[in-house]
Design a protein around this ligand. Structure first.
Ligand code: ADP
Ligand code: MG
Length: 243
């Protein structure tokens, strides 16, 4: 599998509240897309639709060659290919750091314990936390927890990584370490969709920035286009508040 995402006319409602009002976009294999926009504009809902944590009301989502809005598609197979990292880490508190990472590859990919341990240690080394393999999550800082969460997602060898405000719950001094890990992933060609308020990161790392407001894509383009030459008043007014 590669790491392509095709979205057409996506509509998502909660009751009478239409939260996504016809989203269309295509994300290429290896592309890094940052989604910015005000709170409540549907950013999290969009990410959750991409891996079917939410059922859509209408529209099409094709991940690689799998139409995930088609009930015939084996969604679990597609999901294994998509890693997700949330604002609040969601690590298993009763498992060590290494066990957090080895659980899914053993259960879902049939790795032996020693294969899974070797993989976990390689990923922990990559996120700079090999010395924390034996500890429990509650002894880690927020930034360390988030790097473990990223390693855990990577252990399934996904081709696509979704990030929902991965640094929003962190103390400022922790943010850089997490962003650096994400930057490394981007440089290694991972397809990434990142909801973030880190405008500096988006400017530096994104291939494309999508600005959403009120459940719509208001505008999208390169960081240069969106940050330096926004075309829409709504984009300008948002950027004035956050930059
Ligand atoms: P964002 O991530 O951009 O802040 P969300 O996707 O979380 O926005 O939310 C978009 C809108 O959908 C908000 O009005 C929110 O209240 C509503 N919403 C989100 N999740 C649910 C849910 N599970 N049930 C009902 N409404 C929801
Ligand atoms: Mg959100």
């Amino acid at each position: 599998m590669a790491g392509k995402i095709f979205v057409k006319d996506l509509i998502k409602k909660y009751g009478d509240n239409t939260v996504l009002k016809g989203i269309s976009t295509t994300i290429k294999d290896g592309e890094v897309v940052c989604i910015i926009g005000p709170s409540g504009s549907g950013k999290s809902t969009f990410l959750r639709c991409l891996n079917q944590l939410e059922e859509v009301n209408s529209g099409t989502i094709v991940i690689d060659d799998f139409d995930i809005t088609d009930s015939q598609t084996d969604i679990n197979q597609v999901r294994e290919n998509i890693g997700m990292v949330f604002q609040h880490f969601n690590l298993f508190p009763h498992l060590t750091v290494r066990e957090n990472i080895t659980l899914a590859p053993q259960d879902l990919k049939g790795l032996t314990k020693s294969e899974a341990n070797a993989l976990a240690d390689k990923l922990l080394d990559m996120v700079g936390l090999l010395d924390k393999a034996e500890v429990y999550p509650n002894s880690l800082s927020g930034g360390q927890k988030q790097r473990v969460a990223i390693a855990r997602a990577l252990a399934m060898k996904p081709n696509i990584m979704l990030f929902d405000e991965p640094t929003s719950a962190l103390d400022p001094e922790m943010v850089g370490d997490v962003l650096n890990v994400m930057k490394k992933l981007a440089e290694n060609g991972m397809t990434m969709v990142i909801v973030t308020h880190e405008m500096g990161f988006a400017k530096e790392v994104a291939d494309r920035v999508i600005f959403t407001d009120g459940g719509e894509i208001v505008e999208e383009g390169t960081p240069e286009q969106v940050f330096n030459h926004p075309q829409h008043e709504r984009t300008r007014s948002f950027l004035n508040k956050v930059l």
